[in-house]
Design a protein around this ligand. Structure first.
Ligand code: EPS
Length: 390
């Protein structure tokens, strides 16, 4: 499976085209819209989210509520576009109009794509970079992820996410009894955190950063239950599932690191404290006594829950800007101030969930190729049976 996205933050619309979904998967716009709404929420979001009510229009690939096997196109309108029609207009403008265009950006924000993107593409108005590098694009990545999630749920695979750290405040009690409970508890928390006390402290940390004109980052965790063992492969670098998941997480705006299971802590432990001992029972088949490696060994799933963490740096758009240089005069100036979020970690948890869902759905469709959902289900059922009998 593959997908592309298109769209500028303040352009008319965002689009994604998804290819490779088997035919016969039940899919409703509301399945997608639910996740789009989740991505918009979270303590620390800025004013843009009050302007938008992201909803996907399905313009191809679905008929009577089911996928056709043909490309699925999803379109999300930017409500804010109406305020930007002149600045972001599609039609050519005169040199004089270009000189007087509002909201040009010539003072790149440190940490954003502005300067490198401008130098690379020769853009003298750095808005040409900002518009596409903005995390607004994650809207349609979440839409594509929601489509992947509907396929996974048909195959008995459930996914959830939660925030484990914001601005140095760490969740202490991240326990949950079922995926349903994790989903309900995180939905009830304004920062998508399972620990109620930490949620309160995280919100305070966000408010303090905002009051200081600053931003803060954090860590999100994605968990997946129901993946059979052996998805991915050890035979080649580009078939290892962990490397694909890592790339997917790092492709999210502002994400700087990724961990599986205990992650970087493995560096400080003995091998006997890292690896998960193997057991077998009639009912479960092979399983692990612990899950420190987060459900991945040798580039493949182990059948244990997948646990993927991503670290998000603080958003680089600051109301208390850092030093920069004006690209026209080369003089020292403060970076441009743009509307932004003081913390988008809760929203990023939903994005990370979507990115992981996409990679898993894609890996499954690659490994058990079938043009139809029925065929895929049968193939996977056979494989699950094979695992039990091994
Ligand atoms: C975002 C929309 C953007 C930003 C944010 C994410 O909208 P606007 O630029 O109009 O405020 O709020 O993106 C960033 C802060 C960034 O640095 O990329 C969204 O839809 O999530």
């Amino acid at each position: 499976m593959r997908y592309l996205t298109a769209g500028e933050s303040h352009g008319p619309k965002l689009t994604t085209i998804i290819e490779g979904m088997p035919a016969g998967v039940p899919l409703l716009a509301e399945d997608i819209n639910k996740d789009l709404a989740r991505r918009q929420k979270g303590h620390g979001r800025g004013r843009r989210m009050q302007i938008e009510t992201d909803t996907a229009e399905i313009t191809s690939g679905i008929r009577h509520g089911k996928t056709l096997g043909s490309p699925i196109a999803l379109v999300v309108e930017n409500n804010d576009w109406k305020h930007w029609t002149k600045i972001m207009g599609i039609e050519p403008i005169t040199d004089e109009e270009a000189e007087n265009i509002a909201r040009t950006i010539t003072r790149p924000r440190p940490g954003h794509a502005d300067l490198n993107g401008g130098m690379k593409y020769g853009h003298r108005d750095l808005r040409n970079v900002l518009e596409r590098s903005s995390a607004r694009e994650t809207t349609v990545r979440v839409a594509a992820g929601a489509v992947a999630k509907t396929l996974l749920s048909q195959l008995g695979i459930e996914i959830g996410s939660h925030v484990v750290k914001i601005g140095g405040v760490e969740a202490k009690d991240c326990s949950y009894e079922s995926m349903k409970q994790l989903q309900e508890k995180t939905e009830a928390s304004p920062v998508r955190c399972l620990d109620e006390q930490a949620s309160i402290e995280m919100m305070k940390a966000i408010d303090d950063a905002k009051a200081n004109g600053d931003s803060i980052g954090g860590i999100v965790e994605v968990v997946v239950e129901g993946m059979p063992a052996g998805v991915g492969s050890y035979v080649h670098y580009d078939r290892k599932l962990d490397s694909k998941l890592a790339a997917a997480i790092l492709s999210i705006n502002a994400f700087k690191g990724v961990e599986f299971g205990i992650g970087f802590e493995a560096a400080d432990r003995f091998g006997s404290e890292v690896h998960d001992e193997i057991a077998w029972s009639e009912e479960r088949g092979y399983y692990r006594l612990t899950n420190r490696l987060g459900g991945l060994e040798g580039g493949m799933t182990t059948g244990m829950p997948l646990v993927v963490r991503g670290v998000m740096k603080p958003i680089p758009t600051l109301y208390k800007p850092l030093k920069s240089v004006d690209i026209n005069t080369k003089e020292e100036f403060n970076a441009s101030i743009e509307r932004s979020d003081s913390c988008a970690v809760p929203a990023a948890a939903v994005v990370a969930e979507s990115a992981v869902a996409w990679e898993l759905a894609s890996a499954i469709v690659d490994q058990f190729p079938s043009d139809t959902l029925k065929g895929l289900k049968e193939y996977l059922e056979l494989y699950r049976q094979q695992l039990k009998e091994f």
